[in-house]
Ligand binder design. Structure first.
Ligand code: ATP
Ligand code: MG
Length: 570
């Protein structure tokens, strides 16, 4: 690939809209361009990196016995109605009507389509197991598309679906995919961790996420310091505390004029946040629901969503809270509350706490759940912290940020039952197929790789994902010897199957060096003045900046060696 003839529109300035490194660098390096919110064009180098991920994914899926297919992106609403997800999926599902008034949607995931296929094609236990996958563009109308390829509305996913005769066989399929995923992310050259996860809108009983560890990750992981427990904090169970059995004191109304926020109320009343209980109001689908948690805790929205069995929960703003309860935020409390109330288990174990007084400028002291209010449910509803014990062994927990790049689910028979995807077992009896589903965010992996591997000068691609393996700088376009040598190396490297970007632009050396760093190509060869002076060219590693000088004839063999050493062939 010749730089002078390629569309690699690098930028000197950092685009203002980009908040995270991968987004910034993908734009600056000319890998992607935005068409509209959450929708991007992949330029030649961006696409080359994506193809690298796809190839690794494809090879490992095939190796694990999965078969590649390609399903449609447009899906009929009626199929989604059969599983109930047309209503349940929420606004991320883009719905539309075609010229014949047929309702359709753009596939955010393909459980319905694949199960429809298998219910038509599979008759007997002899036709199972099946594991089918595709690599395809998905559409999810994300509420906040952001961070470039990290959370797009349109993005590339690998999704696989397994169908088995029973739970034991389904567990084997799951395990096979789990192992394949470990190989995939290892081969990609990423630092990752599988964690226990919530099953979310896809449904199902059991799941793991594969997380790339990076500070900008949107997910928080809890990792035990002692046992092998690791989980998404959305899922991590908080142990129920022992109940406080101190005697209940009498309720006492306290005037707290203008004191609304936890620290302010605490200071005013001379109490600790641990003695106060916050009342937070969420919109659960359409219904307002109040949630009680201790003053220093956060509500874990996924736990709340699962408890209420709704598609979506969202915190209400001050006005909406007032409209729903008649009480200004900051003064809301459980005593006499008029909307549905759910309580974190920790609060249920507390005695004599402070809450809002359900009246402007008042709080109440010595509130006790047992005596003073009733709840719709008591459950584990708060976000785990690193001072909570490990849910599995009780040891100390550590927290890390992660980017979800893959997700494997045991689905069971939910979809096959709803869609009547049955097979005849060896006794001639109809049984629902037992399913699993397995996603990988192909385009997100490129972003995650950059989040994990970059410096102030640009991206630093791990060799297996690099769009090009070598960038070859010709620093003497007008010098015959230099240009001949660079051209010769370019041909020689390509003949060996090495991917080379030849920077043959009429630009200053400084510009070429800067762009080479920005693009993150793992190996750089410089042909310039040292050739004229000492007969050598320079090889430099983008990762650690080490350089070596050698004669042009030695370059190709050395580059091959360096590439082989840097590939994680698994
Ligand atoms: P998230 O929690 O990040 O929204 P999800 O749980 O909805 O993701 P899955 O349904 O498990 O995602 O999809 C499989 C994979 O697709 C994810 O592990 C992730 O890598 C990728 N993915 C999901 N949503 C997006 C998106 N909006 N943009 C890019 N990749 C995505
Ligand atoms: Mg997921």
């Amino acid at each position: 690939m010749r730089f002078s003839q390629s569309l690699i529109p690098t930028l000197k300035e950092t685009p203002a809209e980009a908040e995270v490194a991968s987004h910034r660098l993908l734009l600056r390096a000319g890998f992607i361009r935005k068409l509209t919110a959450g929708i991007y064009t992949y330029l030649p180098l961006g696409l080359a990196a994506i193809r690298k991920v796809e190839t690794i994914v494809r090879e490992e899926m095939n190796r694990a016995g999965a078969q590649e297919i390609l399903m449609p992106m447009v899906q009929p609403a009626d199929l989604w109605r059969e599983t109930g997800r047309y209503q349940k999926y929420g606004p991320e599902l883009l719905r539309f009507v075609d010229r014949h008034e047929r309702e359709s949607c753009l596939g955010p995931t393909h459980e319905e389509v694949i199960t429809d296929l298998l219910r038509r094609e599979v008759r007997s236990y002899r036709d199972l197991p099946q594991n089918l996958y595709q690599i395809q563009t998905k559409f999810r109308d994300e509420i906040r598309p952001r961070f470039g390829l990290m959370r797009g509305r349109e993005f590339i996913m690998k999704d696989a679906y397994s169908f088995d005769v029973d739970d034991v066989a389904a567990a084997e399929s799951y395990q096979k995919m789990f192992e394949a995923y470990k190989r995939i992310f290892t081969r990609c050259g990423l630092e990752f961790r599988p964690v226990e996860a919530d099953s979310g809108a896809i449904g199902g009983s059991f799941s793991h996420e594969f997380m790339v560890l990076a500070d900008t990750g949107e997910d928080t992981l809890v990792i035990c310091s002692s046992c092998d427990y690791a989980a998404n904090s959305e899922k991590a169970a908080v142990a129920a505390p022992d109940p406080d059995n101190s005697p209940m004191l009498d309720l006492e109304k306290v005037e707290t004029p203008g004191k609304r926020k936890v620290p302010v109320v605490c200071e005013f009343m001379g109490i600790k946040p641990q003695e106060l209980v916050k009342t937070m109001v969420f919109k659960a689908d359409e219904e307002p629901v109040a949630v009680l948690v201790r003053g220093d805790r956060e509500v874990q929205e996924v736990k709340l969503k699962n408890l209420l069995g709704v598609a979506d929960v969202e915190m209400l703003d001050d006005k909406a809270v007032f409209d729903a309860t008649g009480v200004p935020t900051g003064y809301l409390g459980p005593v006499g509350i008029t909307i549905k109330l759910v309580v974190d288990q920790e609060v249920a174990a507390m005695r004599n706490f402070v809450t809002g007084g359900n009246e402007k400028n008042y709080h109440i002291k010595n509130v006790n759940m047992e005596r003073d209010f009733e709840a719709f449910a008591v459950a584990d509803l708060r976000q785990i912290t690193d001072s909570d014990p490990c849910p599995s062994c009780g040891a100390k927990l550590g927290m890390k940020e992660g980017i979800e790049v893959g997700h494997v689910f045991k689905l069971g028979t939910g979809y096959s039952t709803a869609l009547k995807a049955v097979f005849q077992d060896s006794n001639g009896k109809d049984k629902p197929m037992v399913m699993g589903c397995y996603g990988i965010g192909v385009s997100r992996i490129v972003a995650a790789a950059i989040e994990q591997n970059h410096d102030e000068n640009g991206m630093i691609f791990p060799m297996p994902l690099a769009p090009m393996q070598v960038v070859l700088l010709n620093l003497g376009l007008k010098d015959e010897h230099i240009t001949e040598t660079a051209e010769l190396l370019y041909r020689e490297l390509q003949e060996k199957g090495i991917e080379v970007l030849l920077d043959d632009r009429d630009e200053r050396p400084g510009v070429k060096f800067k762009d080479a760093d920005l693009l993150g190509i793992p190996l750089r060869i410089t042909v310039g003045k040292s050739l004229t002076k000492n007969g050598v060219v320079e090889i430099r590693l983008r990762s650690d900046g080490t350089t070596e000088e050698l004669a042009p004839q030695q370059v190709t063999a050395r580059i091959l060696e360096l590439i082989n050493a840097a590939m994680n062939n698994g």
